[in-house]
Design a protein around this ligand. Structure first.
Ligand code: ATP
Ligand code: MG
Length: 253
């Protein structure tokens, strides 16, 4: 039995625009499991990012519950939510949001220093290890502008996981990358996941979807299908891609 890290119950999210309610999420029931690399796919506008924001406390659901550690995120105060996002969750987006006049290494450690419960020496040590194991230690003292998009995104991922979040949320992390950089970033996410990091990723990219241990399809704000897969192995990528493509066709992708 897999352990649940996050649960959504009857989750709804609506936006009001020009006096009209746009019901984007219309009653999502979902358990996110510890250790999974969960990937959400679906047409543009189906509500994937909205779901990621609601589950991660970046935005508040209109109704329903999001249970994390016996707390309902929908009911937390802004202050409690901010703290929870900072301490328990990691975030990666299409844009890396790195500080341009700081090196990759500084981009990782400076925000981590804000957590006063961890000595800065320990943060530096952990950051060095992550740069090493993730294969970008040779550019750690470069500015973002001196690095490839893949190196920048891998840095953003290291920044997001250095505090050991319960869940790493990623919204289209390869959306702005070329093929080679996409593979580098996906290899890193896969490695992190296989070392125990729970990942919740939204993507349009089949190359990202093949990395999933669980795939979820969203259609008009509800879950219309899901599929589980064993952990990714590079040798089986082709057959996995065939399997994911067949599943996506069955979902009318
Ligand atoms: N802050 C907002 N205010 C008003 N409407 C919004 C807001 N955020 C999202 N929406 C609407 O909600 C719907 C779903 O948006 P969402 O960004 O979740 O889609 P998505 O599945 O992530 O799409 P994409 O694949 O294009 O990123 C869209 O119709 C969008 O216009
Ligand atoms: Mg989106």
């Amino acid at each position: 039995m897999k352990e649940t890290v996050l649960s959504a119950r009857k989750l709804c999210k609506s936006f009001a625009a020009n006096g009209v309610q746009n019901h984007v999420l219309t009653g999502i029931d979902l358990d996110v499991y510890k250790g999974d690399l969960t990937v959400v796919m679906g047409a543009s506008g189906s509500g994937k990012s909205t779901l990621l924001y609601a589950l991660s406390g970046m935005d508040r659901a209109t109704s329903g519950e999001v249970i994390y550690n016996d707390k309902d995120l929908v009911k937390l105060s802004e202050k409690e939510l901010t703290l929870l996002r900072r301490k328990d969750f990691g975030f990666v987006f299409q844009k890396m949001h790195l500080v341009s006049n700081m090196t990759l290494f500084e981009n990782v450690v400076v925000p981590a220093y804000l957590d006063k419960s961890v000595p800065s020496g320990e943060t530096d040590k952990k950051a060095k290890e992550l740069f090493d194991t993730m294969g970008i230690s040779e550019v750690k003292d470069h500015l973002p502008s001196q690095c490839s998009g893949g190196e920048q995104q891998r840095c953003a991922i290291i920044r997001a996981v250095i505090s050991q979040p319960s869940v790493l949320f990623a919204d289209e992390p390869t959306g702005a990358l070329n093929r080679r950089n996409t593979i580098e970033v996906l290899d890193l996410l896969t490695k992190l996941n296989q070392n125990g990091q729970s990942v919740f990723m939204v993507t349009h990219d089949v190359r990202a979807a093949v990395r999933a241990t669980r795939l979820i399809y969203i259609e008009d704000g509800t879950i219309s299908g899901e599929m589980t897969m064993p952990p990714f192995e590079a040798e089986k990528e082709k057959s996995r891609e065939t399997q994911v493509n067949a599943w996506l066709s069955s979902m009318q992708w």
